[in-house]
Design a protein around this ligand. Structure first.
Ligand code: ZN
Length: 278
């Protein structure tokens, strides 16, 4: 865990600091300075960062893997991917799908470069001796094949690559149950909606569908595929699974990560609005 020094001159007392950010903690205080640490600047970022050998099947994709590892550190620190939950992928090709997916059961705050699997269109590893992929791999395959990140906001663009990220946050889990009976959540009037690709004004209405949870991922993947084929305009950037979590995608890892952040912001606003009776 790294620490850093912040001058105390002009700063409020440390109790006020705790109110400003729950992810920054005061360790001790000297007369002229405060020593603090934060999970987001911890030395965990160095874990598993050894270069993959040239002979490794994933060595060509090390940059993409590092982008996904960065998502893991960020989402874990924000408590959206705790307890080894969640899974992330970078799409290399569609129809037939080829993806890099996180291996099953890994701590997302400490992903190493070898914690990823190369997957083919059947959701199986394309080469032997790879770690087991996430149990939800087929959802990634269906989304990759549909190239959902280029549809329908800019259907003229065919973007073969993309990224799909999945989180298990508290707000997303609670709201997925609260709004399940109406089939999804409608967001409107939020400036933050403009963080979703293709949305240019806060005066927009955005629908996020919710699917029932199941351990039969192939059945859920088929349901998602049918939805994408029949009503793509109702599932443009992601979906929720009831009492489970969020899937969101983008044309690359950065866009997918931005969409996760936007949705998590909208979830918290929506939930707190309900709490406040607004
Ligand atoms: Zn999950």
């Amino acid at each position: 865990m790294k620490s850093f020094i912040v001058s105390v001159d002009g700063w409020p007392e440390w109790k006020e600091w705790n109110k400003l950010s729950e992810r920054i903690f005061v360790v001790y205080r000297k007369p002229k300075e405060i020593c603090m640490f934060s999970p987001e600047v911890s030395d965990r970022s160095d874990d598993g960062a050894a270069d993959l050998p040239q002979s490794h099947r994933l060595s060509r994709h090390q940059d993409l893997i590092d982008q996904l590892r960065e998502c893991g550190r960020l989402f874990h620190a924000r408590r959206w991917s705790v307890g080894t939950s969640s899974n992330y992928s970078a799409v290399l090709a569609s129809q037939p799908a080829e993806l890099i997916v996180t291996a099953s059961g890994k701590d997302k705050g400490r992903l190493s470069r070898t914690d990823f699997v190369l997957i083919g269109p059947d959701g199986q590893p394309t080469e032997p001796d790879q770690p087991k992929s996430s149990a939800e791999t087929m959802l990634h395959v269906v989304l990759a094949d549909h190239r959902c990140w280029s549809h329908p906001s800019k259907p003229e663009e065919i973007i073969a690559s993309g990224s799909i990220l999945h989180t298990h946050s508290v707000w997303g889990t609670l709201l997925s149950d609260h709004f399940f009976d109406q089939g999804g959540i409608e967001f409107s009037g939020y400036e933050m909606l403009k963080g979703l690709e293709g949305i240019t004004t806060h005066q927009s209405t955005h629908w996020l569908p919710i699917f029932e949870n199941t351990q039969d991922i192939r059945a859920l993947a088929a349901e998602v595929k049918t939805f994408l084929q029949s009503t793509p305009e109702k599932m443009t950037h992601g979906f929720l699974i009831r009492n489970h979590g969020l899937y969101a995608w983008g044309r690359d890892v950065f866009a997918a990560r931005r969409h996760i952040e936007v949705y998590e912001f909208l979830f918290e606003c929506t939930a707190r609005k309900i709490q406040l009776g607004l």
